[in-house]
Design a protein around this ligand. Structure first.
Ligand SMILES: C[S@@+](CC[C@H](N)C(=O)[O-])C[C@H]1O[C@@H](n2cnc3c(N)ncnc32)[C@H](O)[C@@H]1O
Length: 253
């Protein structure tokens, strides 16, 4: 997601140089320029098909920098901002998995998979702010949901969201040191980087008949048992991998 952001910002900047060059706005009107650049960057972001919240980031990035520079805020505010970002993206450099959330169409598709497979135990490996388990647990009170997350602030939000949902357990810790052995279905929305390692872990931990469902990212060199193609804006693909060959329930339909 960082590449579309950089492309949008640079193209937004270049597009704004046009009116500057033709004297429509003065370069000295820095905020006007930043607002124009933000609008152009957001338009590029839309054209690139980036998730909606990246349009907002692209729109606000340069205007926010200009406002922050002119504001002369106490340095403690920046320290606070840095602290909050660190708590959210705590593990991103090491794990190479940033925080982004499963959308509503995918949640509904997961709900359908749970129903059609007869899944009794579901784990979100890298559960972020608990979006997946909070949504699904209320729709499937008979299923046990487990959420594992190792970034402090998202974990805390997920914990608070599901505090009074009896069929959800949340764990603060790494998915690599959590056993998948009792899960019927492990859902992962990570990044291309850890997929091979995740597959090895699923094969080592999970019982015959269980499933790994990966949102958007395939396992290199492993053919998915089934692909669910969604009609949402980002054309989400869910890759279903049978952890043992004897499971057929999800391959139907
Ligand atoms: C793309 S987000 C997905 C969040 C959530 N599953 C969803 O779909 O809404 C990936 C999450 O995995 C978490 N994560 C990455 N590596 C992890 C690890 N080794 N153990 C636990 N969580 C991890 C990140 O902190 C991030 O919150």
């Amino acid at each position: 997601m960082i590449r579309p952001f950089i492309i949008a910002q640079v193209l937004g900047f270049l597009l704004c140089l046009l009116p500057v060059a033709t004297h429509y706005i003065s370069v000295h009107a820095l905020l006007s320029f930043a607002l124009l650049q933000g609008a152009a960057a957001a338009a590029v972001s839309v054209a690139l098909g980036a998730p909606r919240w990246w349009h907002v980031i692209n729109l606000c990035f340069l205007p926010a920098v200009v406002v922050a520079l002119s504001w002369r805020a106490p340095p403690a505010y920046y320290l606070l901002g840095l602290g909050l970002l660190t708590l959210v993206f705590w593990n991103t450099l090491r794990e190479r998995v940033p925080l982004y959330l499963t959308n509503r169409s995918t949640l509904n598709a997961l709900s359908e998979l749970i129903r059609s497979s007869g899944c009794q135990r579901f784990m979100d490996a890298g559960s972020g702010t608990g979006t997946v388990v909070a949504y699904l647990a209320r729709r499937h009170p008979e299923v046990h949901f487990c959420a594992v997350e190792n970034a402090p602030l998202p974990w805390l939000l997920g914990r608070l969201r599901t505090l009074f949902v009896p069929n959800v357990e949340t764990f603060y810790g790494s998915l690599w040191s959590t056993s998948f052995s009792r899960q019927d279905l492990v859902y992962a929305f990570l990044s291309p980087d850890p997929m091979s390692r995740l597959w090895r872990k699923c094969q080592a931990d999970m019982a015959p008949g269980s499933w790994l469902v990966s949102n958007s990212f395939q396992i290199m060199g492993v053919e998915p048992t089934r692909v669910v193609q969604l009609e949402d804006r980002r054309r989400t693909s869910l890759y279903l991998y049978a952890c043992a060959p004897d499971s057929r329930a999800l391959t139907k339909g």
